[in-house]
Design a protein. Sequence first.
Length: 544
Amino acid sequence: MKNLSLGIILFFSFLASQAQQVSFNKPVESSSIIIQFDTEEGLEKLRSLKYGWISGFEVVYQPYHIYKANIQGDINKHLTQILSLPFVAGAQPNRPLERRALTPDDSLYENQWNMKRILMDSVWGITSGGPTTLGDTVVIAIIDAGFDTTHPDFGNNLWINKDEKPGSLVDNDSNGYAGDYLGWNTYADKGTIIDSIEFATHGMSVTGVIGAVGNNEIGIAGISWKNKFLAIIGGGDEANAIKSYGYVLTQKKRYLETNGQHGAYIVSVNSSWGKSGMFALDAPIWCALYDSMGKYGILNATSVSNSKTNLDNAGDLPTLCPSDYTITVTNTNSLEDLHGGFGKLNVDLGAPGSSILTTGSYIEQKYKYSTGTSLAAPHVAAVIGILYSAACDSFIEYAHQYPDSAALWVKYFIMNSVDTFAQLSGNTVSGGRLNAYKALLLLNDWCDGTLNHVNDSVDSIPLLQFSIFPNPGQNSFVIKGEIDRIGTIQVVDFAGKTVIIQKLNSNSQSNELTIQTNFVQGIYIVRILDKNNKIILKQLWSKM
């Protein structure tokens, strides 16, 4: 049997020896079979037998003498007969294959152009959410004005605090929030998460994109069918925003500190709100919380201003908060046009946000179309959750040990898998629009080991090798990471003046290094160079 590998020879020799014992018990939905011959002459030998039930030979792979043939009649019977021929190395049904993409059966799915655009059908063929491989219930926090927990398309996706008693006004789990059975209301400081009928509309639009159950024959499909969403009423003013983030931080810290016994495994937060015309120095306490949450492995998907304005110049918060743990999202429509704020320094990427079919509140129709950057950000928040659900054991173990670095890997997967378009190139950091499936492929590369060994090219390094805390800060900041790799630390102001240049000559065994900042308030660029003077980190840092 020429041209066949040893494995193929042995496999088909086994089939031939077992020909009389072959039994195809399962029904075969096929009208053709695939045949492999010992030699090229095998095809003519089969034709010479003039079986009336076999016809229409087609070359499949000639070097291995593989052909397809049409079959009439009982395919199981004929396969057994073909396998009994001495010049046949092997034969099998030619069955149609399944596309691993999953198109959900939700009644309104055909109207959800956004899900198709970011290739969610391909993602759902692999995962639709659910616990991590280590059993963590993945949670996406949504900070908004109100929620309708009774909407039929949310199923059991609402996060419930198992340590609290329903309806209780007592802090049963001693986390500082009395009665937070279904989340928290920062306006009322209680666990009632339906703030008012009037304000539920916006929150419901956001939540539908994130957590509407898919493939249940009801309404629409959200991105994450099996992950939980944590409902937090807040974001009305900066104090509400800070209180909301504080609740998120408390729950994730408790989870990590109790090894999952209490709290919530929150991996992302959606904030579809903000304030135009503001800069990081205007809100140092607010901006500092993103790094605080990042330390515990929480990424924040934030919507930019809807005004088609260069936000690098005009200002916008939280868009301009200098944290690696935010992913700032603008709005793209079905034609891939930009329909929101932009900025090549501070707006990370685009996501679908125009004419998005999503859930409505209980005083409106159950489903409605919504538009705005508020609809773009939840696409990213939900994809973050999906990536954690799909991650391999080694990544989740890494996330438990180094939650901050794992979060930055997830950001790297998302930022480096975008589909690029002209209107986003030069107007966003990534130059493109979210592609959930390509982000999942990058995660798989990490799990396969492809991305485990990072070289020293600044373009290829996810900003996880080093983290800077706090940011903003005051008299100092701490660099956390592989300190022994550092050759030089530079801090430069926006005028280009170097305010710090510090060379490290020793091989430090510590993973932290404190840098004193004896200069005036402002925003600075921190550069970390390795011992070959290659940049391995470039980050904005604010001094309060």
